[in-house]
Design a protein around this ligand. Structure first.
Ligand code: ADP
Ligand code: MG
Length: 379
């Protein structure tokens, strides 16, 4: 059964009447540019061919109800009542409704299905937020642009769920185009489509999901944000985006060693995103691979957000013939990506499973993802 049909069937079973429509949004993988979004820098993610589907109908009253295949309990919010709290996963979709409430004359029922792996660094959270936001935008005739919906998604995640994440995930899930990555300038949210052209080179993006679940609401992510803020403040700028490589010598003198390394990651990573866009324009795969390697090393050594499983995945991917590999997403678990010839995918899978078993780690899941279109109505 297709996920769209599953969403419609699930809706009917949960609420006892048919859904008006189904809207979907993809998870995302980030090609390069990690922890740069909340520093108002550059990121280069793409939508993946794993999506979250929201079947929705409006109601006559102000009640909003949501259910999902991963938890059939129905959670609800009264749009005329208080800001939602303590509703588990339902805080994501109901947080969206809350943030859009000025447009909501009516409540709604919503049923969620998805094949985006949860907590794997592929942003199942943004896929969920954006599928619901996109659907409500249409049903409520709110007339919001995709960038505005991305902001609403981020605010729901920050202010309702309480995860201090940046704007990358939602922007990617809403703005992505097939066979392309999207360059996002997180200072003004301008986006540029960057053709990847992988399939004509017989290349695929492999995801190596370590199965180690990350949690953004835990301290690691927050403490990285704090270090970046401290670095910017000490160096007298409003955000690290105002700095570039030429500021590193001064930063080394003025910052303590830990803050300096956090800042160096962000400054060099911004440059690597721009260099990656140039490398792609020139089809320079060697340069792309080198930039991904540098990005991973910077996250491991300077920003300290990698874990041994991710380092092992990246090393094994390169041994298996990948042209580039790095951890993707916020870190502390989740997945790595590798750009690899389609024919080597099986070797990569075999080698990774062996390498993980040899270290006594949980068996990783390896699958290819295709750069895919952003949020859309399913007809
Ligand atoms: P990631 O975005 O990397 O997958 P997050 O921790 O940011 O990880 O988001 C995962 C959370 O999003 C889940 O724990 C759950 O609360 C919610 N979520 C994601 N997908 C679904 C879904 N299909 N149904 C219900 N909740 C979901
Ligand atoms: Mg997330």
């Amino acid at each position: 059964m297709s996920l769209k049909l599953e969403a419609e069937t699930g809706f009917q079973a949960a609420f006892g009447y048919p859904a008006t429509g189904v809207w979907s949004a993809p998870g995302r993988a980030n090609l390069i540019g990690e922890h740069t979004d909340y520093n108002l820098g550059f990121v280069l993610p793409f939508g993946i061919d794993r999506r979250t589907y929201a079947a929705i109908s409006l109601r006559a009253d102000k009640i909003c109800r949501v259910a999902s295949t991963i938890d059939t309990q129905i959670y609800q919010l009264d749009l005329a009542g208080q800001k939602p709290t303590g509703l588990d996963w339902a805080l994501y979709p109901l947080g969206i409704a809350w943030m859009m409430r000025e447009h909501g004359q009516q409540g709604f029922d919503c049923f969620i299905t998805s094949d985006v792996p949860v907590g794997a660094g592929l942003s199942s959270s943004a896929a969920l937020e954006c599928s619901v936001a996109f659907g409500l935008n249409e049903l409520w005739q709110a007339g919001l642009e995709r960038v505005e919906l991305a902001r609403i998604g981020q605010r729901a995640e920050n202010e309702v769920v309480g995860a201090p994440t940046g704007i990358m995930d939602q922007t990617a899930s809403l703005m992505a185009q097939s066979d392309s990555a999207v360059l996002i300038d997180c200072r003004d949210l301008t986006t540029t489509n960057v053709k990847l052209g992988l399939s004509e080179k017989n290349l695929v993006v492999a995801v190596i999901d370590t199965g180690v679940a990350h949690r953004h609401s835990d301290g690691g992510y927050r403490s990285r944000r704090d270090a970046c803020e401290l670095g910017a403040k000490t160096l007298g700028v409003s955000s690290l985006r105002e700095l570039d490589i030429s500021d590193l010598p001064r930063a080394k003198v003025e910052l303590d060693d830990l803050t300096f390394r956090r800042v160096r990651h962000v400054i060099t990573e911004n440059q690597r995103v721009l260099d990656t866009v140039s490398a792609l324009a020139l089809s320079n795969l060697d340069s792309l691979g080198e930039l991904m390697a540098q990005s991973h090393a910077s996250m491991r050594d300077d920003f300290e957000i990698s874990i041994d499983e991710l380092d092992l995945a990246v090393a094994t991917a390169i041994e298996s013939g990948a042209i580039g590999s790095r951890m993707t997403g916020g870190g502390f678990g989740g997945a790595a990506i590798a750009i690899i010839n389609q024919d080597e995918l099986f070797t990569l899978e075999k080698k990774c499973k062996l390498a993980f078993a040899a270290k006594g780690y949980k068996e990783p899941r390896i699958f290819a993802v295709k750069p895919s279109q952003g949020a859309r109505k399913e007809s």
